[in-house]
Design a protein around this ligand. Structure first.
Ligand code: COA
Length: 343
């Protein structure tokens, strides 16, 4: 990948929004289902509770609400949006959920499609959307990260079910001049040879059709994970890709205002910060309340930090997503949302 190709224009992050399901599931409640404890989950992961989509709520409706809030913050008319990119591995419709979100927010001029890259999906989508804005073919985009892993974990497998939750977040991106570019740099990587460490594979279920023919029924096996290998992958590759990004953009880690990592595990967040010598006070974390919401964690955290006043306009943010694929990516971004937006 040539990340040094000429850049025609820039992008600005102008708004953010998020939405979470109303149902909360605490560690204590999970202990009623599997042999676990609040103490085990908190000490190994930092997670205390998660949100789970219930009747009357869908991932599409959460995504719609996240987009509406991002549009409100950016003060944009939905009809001014050219692109809606929805990072998700768990769409309501396997053909894609982004067009439904497009219709619900009234963004009738936007092309809308899904992008799947598991927990790296939001970073991959942010970089993908930025290409259309930087090359001048589009002016405004909404990038969504949304996942409903509660539908795909085995709720009787204590090794995985305690980790995940549901949620959605969105950001509003705008084409800007090269001088004002808010995407200082990026790196994206995949390694399919290690894909078996974390997957959500189609179930191997062939059903007789006619004569000698059979077909594979559309059904997926629950999430499979080798926790220790995924942990080792994260604490090795995430600092590595961030160090590479800082080197390539000639950025001193002291100048980073916030480290915004995929919210998988507090121990991973702390280990990455330590490797990069970034103080823990600069590490954004909300996984205590939501667990790992896959593609949603980064925009959900970003939105929370913007609205509670932690992230301010002009702040420099180093962000990294990582997960199944295996896949991992990092961006160095500047937040350029409205001054004083705090609600
Ligand atoms: N409650 C209680 N005990 C549990 C448990 C739970 N929820 N889950 C596992 N255990 C038990 C295991 O059965 C094992 O018991 P045993 O020694 O009797 O066999 C013991 O705890 C240790 O299991 P282990 O898998 O070695 O724990 P760990 O220290 O590696 O922690 C993770 C497990 C999942 C927390 C850790 O590996 C991790 O965070 N990995 C990264 C996962 C991740 O972030 N995935 C998403 C990436 S996008």
């Amino acid at each position: 990948m040539d990340v040094n190709q000429p850049i025609l224009g820039g992008i600005a992050l102008r708004g953010s929004g998020s939405a979470i399901p109303s149902q909360q599931l605490t560690n204590g409640q999970l202990g009623l289902r599997v042999d676990t404890s609040d103490e085990w989950i908190r000490s190994r992961t930092g997670i205390a509770s998660r949100r789970v989509l219930g009747p009357g709520e869908t991932l599409t409706s959460l995504s719609k609400n996240a987009c509406s809030r991002a549009l409100e913050m950016a003060d944009w008319d939905p009809e001014s949006i050219d692109l809606i990119l929805m990072a998700t591995s768990t769409p309501d419709d396997l053909f894609g959920s982004a067009p439904k979100v497009q219709s619900l927010i009234g963004a009738k001029n936007a092309v809308a499609f899904d992008l799947t890259a598991a927990c790296s999906g939001f970073i991959f989508s942010l970089v993908t959307a930025s290409q259309f804005l930087r090359n001048g073919s589009m002016k405004r985009a909404l990038v969504i990260g949304a996942d409903q892993l509660s539908s795909w974990v085995d709720w009787d497998d204590r090794r995985t079910c305690v980790l995940f939750g549901d949620g959605a977040g969105a950001i509003a991106l705008e084409k800007t001049s090269k001088n004002e570019d808010g995407l200082i740099g990026f790196q994206l990587k995949s390694d399919g040879t290690r894909g078996d460490y974390l997957n959500l594979n189609q179930a191997n279920n062939y059903i007789p059709l006619v004569t000698d023919n059979s077909y594979q029924e559309g059904r997926f096996s629950p999430i499979q994970m080798n926790g220790q290998e995924v942990y080792k992958f994260a604490v090795r590759e995430v600092p590595g890709i961030l160090q590479q990004l800082l080197r390539e953009t000639s950025t001193d880690s002291d100048n980073i205002d916030w480290l915004l990592l995929h919210q998988a595990n507090q121990r991973i967040l702390d280990a990455v910060a330590d490797r990069l010598k970034i103080p823990h006070s600069k590490v954004l974390s909300n996984l205590e309340n939501y667990g790992n919401t896959s593609a949603a964690t980064i925009p959900l955290m970003l939105d929370e930090a913007v609205r509670n006043g932690q992230i301010k306009s002009g702040n420099l943010i180093a962000s990294s997503g990582f997960g199944a694929g295996l896949s991992w990516g990092a961006v160095l971004i500047k937040w350029q949302g409205p001054l004083g937006f705090n609600k």
